[in-house]
Design a protein around this ligand. Structure first.
Ligand code: HEM
Length: 466
């Protein structure tokens, strides 16, 4: 389809580079500023690449749902493929459809509840270690703790595999993979994969670590039958050839799930905990709800229905700090979004961060306010103003699992501890990373709920974009 729409407004930029310097220096701030100055569909020039930042809800809906076949994975995802291979996140068309169908059953509402005991066990293990830290008055780093917790939970829940001994190595691999995926425009990225550059050596090492891990997981599954998702993957057939998935396909999907599933959930948990401790009235209401609904009992997934405030707290943290804060698409043909012309073969950028701080739909957007998620408030907003998990056919496959984990973990952590931030933390987000991970460690001292409560002063200097 060709369109007659107008050219979208956008920042002027400088000759040749356009807005690339601002984008590289402070991506999150740049996106928010662009939305403020130029509106909900704006044109941004990044060197040779023309990109449209789209936050207008109807236009977001057109990209993700109504005209989604015109918006494909494209250039950034090519970069992901170098490390992740061909998995759910990086593929399109029939291949993606058959893989999504094969794996979907374990992520459905009814199935997700079965993961509850793993969430409880992994969270208790973490909190038992915190008990000792609390006794010594030592802080924990919430970034590291939440990453380990979600990694262990995911691995046990989907693959029946206890990944704890490998957790430090895997953290290294994940950090490196993320760096490789997001380092654009370097010379080494353009060199062929067989050349022994540092980047290529690291990619090779990471894939080797992962190949070994997947072999262990498959061997263990064959012996024990554990791991609901492993059972589906081992039984899956290619719809064209009727053959089982190849070893490479199994490895790529496991790598995708480890990468897409644990870091995102950890980042969400970390920001939720920080948001609670920075907002004493939220902490009080949360404590009251937990006390009233559970009375000290460990929750199970069925209890979540009686924890509506806990859910709202998680939803609000996903609004203010959406772990996947940008995701791109490339157009196949020209289109029109919000009345503006979008050229064929150009990039469109969706940004939950910008959408979720758009003052047109969110009063005082920088404030943390769980009451934005009452049923009435949700109904009054366009659906596409809130997109932490995407939407349409490519919506996050793990969204119900993530929400269940987050609510259970938030409840369990707050039942046992108050967290007290170590003074001097300045919490930053928004470097050029895949997720909205805080850019430094976040040190907090766990204080057991039974101990006399300390008065918590505003211990941080602030929260802001990088
Ligand atoms: C708070 C946690 C999470 C957030 C914020 C999140 C966010 C997202 C978003 C925004 C997308 C869509 C990207 C796009 O359209 O380009 C996505 C896709 C995906 N997510 Fe998540 N995710 C989370 C947790 C999980 C978990 C727990 C898993 C699995 C265990 C998972 C696996 C995936 C996969 C495989 C895709 C690709 C789906 C497809 O294209 O079919 N995510 N996620």
């Amino acid at each position: 389809m060709t369109t007659e729409g107008r050219r979208a407004p956008g920042p002027r930029g400088i000759p040749l580079l356009g807005s690339l310097p601002q984008w590289k220096a402070r991506t999150a701030e740049f996106l928010l500023q662009t939305q403020r100055d130029h509106g909900e569909v704006s044109r941004v020039q990044l060197g040779p690449v023309t990109m449209h930042l789209v936050t207008e809800p109807d236009a977001v809906g057109r990209v993700l749902k109504d005209n989604s076949s015109n918006y494909v994975r494209g250039t950034l995802y090519e970069q992901f493929r170098t490390v992740m291979g061909d998995g759910l996140l990086t593929t399109d068309g029939a291949f993606w459809r058959s893989h999504r169908r094969a794996m979907q059953p374990v992520f459905l509402r009814g199935a997700v509840a079965a993961i509850g005991p793993n969430v409880v066990q992994a969270t208790q293990e973490m909190l038992d270690v915190w008990e000792e830290k609390a006794r010594l008055g030592e802080p924990v780093d919430l970034v590291t703790e939440t990453l380990r917790l979600t990694l262990v939970t995911l691995s046990r829940s989907l693959f029946g595999y206890d990944v704890r001994p490998e957790a430090p190595v895997l953290k290294d691999v994940v950090d490196n993979v993320i760096e490789v995926m997001f380092k654009h425009g370097t010379l080494s990225e353009m060199l062929p994969s067989w050349m022994p550059t540092k980047r290529n050596r690291l990619i090779k090492r990471d894939r080797a670590v992962f190949t070994r891990l997947v072999e262990d997981i498959r061997r263990q599954h064959a012996d024990t039958g554990q791991g609901a998702l492993m059972a589906l993957i081992e039984a899956a057939k290619d719809p064209v050839t009727g053959e089982s998935w190849t070893d490479d396909q199994v490895r790529d999907e496991l790598l995708t799930l480890y990468l897409a599933g644990h870091e995102t959930t950890a980042v969400a948990l970390c920001w939720t905990l920080v948001s609670i401790l920075l907002n004493p009235s939220v902490q009080e209401e949360l404590d009251a709800e937990l006390e009233q609904a559970l009375g000290g009992r460990i929750p199970d997934p069925a209890d979540l229905e009686s924890l509506p405030f806990t859910s709202k707290v998680v939803d609000e943290a996903l609004r203010l700090y959406p772990p996947i804060w940008i995701y791109p698409r490339d157009t196949v043909e020209a289109d029109e979004l919000g009345g503006y012309h979008i050229p064929a073969k150009s990039s469109v950028l969706l940004s939950p961060l910008a959408s979720h701080r758009n003052p047109r739909y969110w009063d005082n957007p920088e404030a943390f306010d769980p009451q934005r998620f009452t049923p009435e408030a949700i109904k009054a907003r366009p659906r596409m103003a809130y997109i932490p998990f995407g939407a349409g056919a490519r919506m996050c496959i793990g969204n119900l699992m993530a929400l269940m984990e987050l609510r259970m973990m938030v409840a369990m952590i707050n039942q046992r501890f108050r967290l007290s931030l170590v003074p001097g933390n300045f919490l930053r987000y928004g470097d050029s990373s895949i997720s909205l991970r805080p850019t430094t460690e976040v040190l907090a001292v766990p204080v057991p709920r039974t101990a006399p409560r300390r008065t918590r002063k505003a211990a941080v200097s602030g929260v802001g974009g990088a």
